[in-house]
Design a binder for this molecule. Sequence first.
Ligand SMILES: Cc1cc2nc3c(=O)[nH]c(=O)nc-3n(C[C@H](O)[C@H](O)[C@H](O)COP(=O)(O)O)c2cc1C
Length: 403
Amino acid sequence: MILTSQRLKSNFLGIELENPFILSAAPSTDELSITRRGLEMGWAGVVLKTTSMETTRVDLAYPMMSSFVADNRLIGMGNIDLISAYHVDEVCRRVNILKKEFPNKMIAASIMSDSQLGWQTLVKMLKGAGVDLIECSFSCPQGNVGEDPGKMLAQSESATEQVATWVKQAAGDIPVLIKITPQVTDIVAIARAVQRSGCDGVTASNSMPALMGIDIDRLTPIPNLGGKSTYSGLTGPAIKPITLRTIAEIARNIPEMVISGNGGVSDWRDSVELIAVGASNIQICTAVMLHGFDIINDLTSGLDNYLQSKNIGSVKSLVGKALPNLTDHSNLPRQQIRSYVIKENCIGCGRCYVACRDGGHEALSWDESARLPVISIEKCVGCGLCILTQPVERCLELRELSK
Ligand SMILES: Cc1cc2nc3c(=O)[nH]c(=O)nc-3n(C[C@H](O)[C@H](O)[C@H](O)COP(=O)(O)O)c2cc1C
């Protein structure tokens, strides 16, 4: 059942969204039938997979997907996908169809080009087709098309400002988001370049360029395409901390910047985190590719229940709520805290003892007869390493020294 709640509704750059969850540019938005199903299931909008001019060759190579597994859990996904093989004329046709079928959903298109004429022609064609918003991919890990195809536009302040200015000139009153990469030295400088261009906001961010692994029997990188490989774009849970930092850093320095959050969101809790550091809405790709469109039900009901339980009246009221608590290292309180063993919960595994012995402060000793770790209050600094090794809930906890 599709949840419609007042709390989840928002106005994003003049576009009414029934909830903050949008399908990001990816395979799920590359086929009309698939995209249509996503919208029917309750997603508030789509960014159609990045398109370009008819002259742009899209030479895909398979297999394109790979995984990053740790502790038997897929925590990241890799892809060597390129932009859509559908060129702009076909995407315009789809925008037109989708806008008629779903007048109350956000139908956005993502574009990439290699010249002023190319960027502006794409924008004008999509505008003519009735698109609600244009997103510019300045951050495909396989690089942008054009003279410097291996490089991402959003790695250069001047290129970002120049191209974003061209796009906004052509877009006029249609909102434009620039999809940036976290893989830069100064993310705020890139966001400021977007601001100077007159574009309306950023999508923060995209997949992270990565090498997914090496098959150590064949000594070939992954994914293996006939013995060869290349760098992938890493997506999914593994990149959430990077996305959070990217959004937070922009929002702290440029509070007026409109941010569409993207990267590593798997459930409603993740979405709360991204919104709380400054995202106005959430784009999702990997979680949908792995678990299907149905996750929209958990996302909307989970977020709505959370807002209600916290007495927060709207998604907008949550935007940036965690930022006042984010500060620089030098401003952190210097706390007197120590680790405590909660004996009744300890299962005697000894993991905390080993970690503190070899990676901490030798503050834990091991009582073999009781099979319990014993903490030296003098040696413990409260670093928190032992807490990370807990095999069960609350067998250790940090407490203020006086308590
Ligand atoms: C197979 C695949 C293809 C993608 N294609 C595009 C694309 O054409 N344009 C784009 O801007 N982002 C593309 N992305 C990136 C996603 O839109 C999204 O930014 C990224 O996956 C991070 O979000 P996630 O962690 O929710 O997956 C693609 C991602 C995947 C996995």
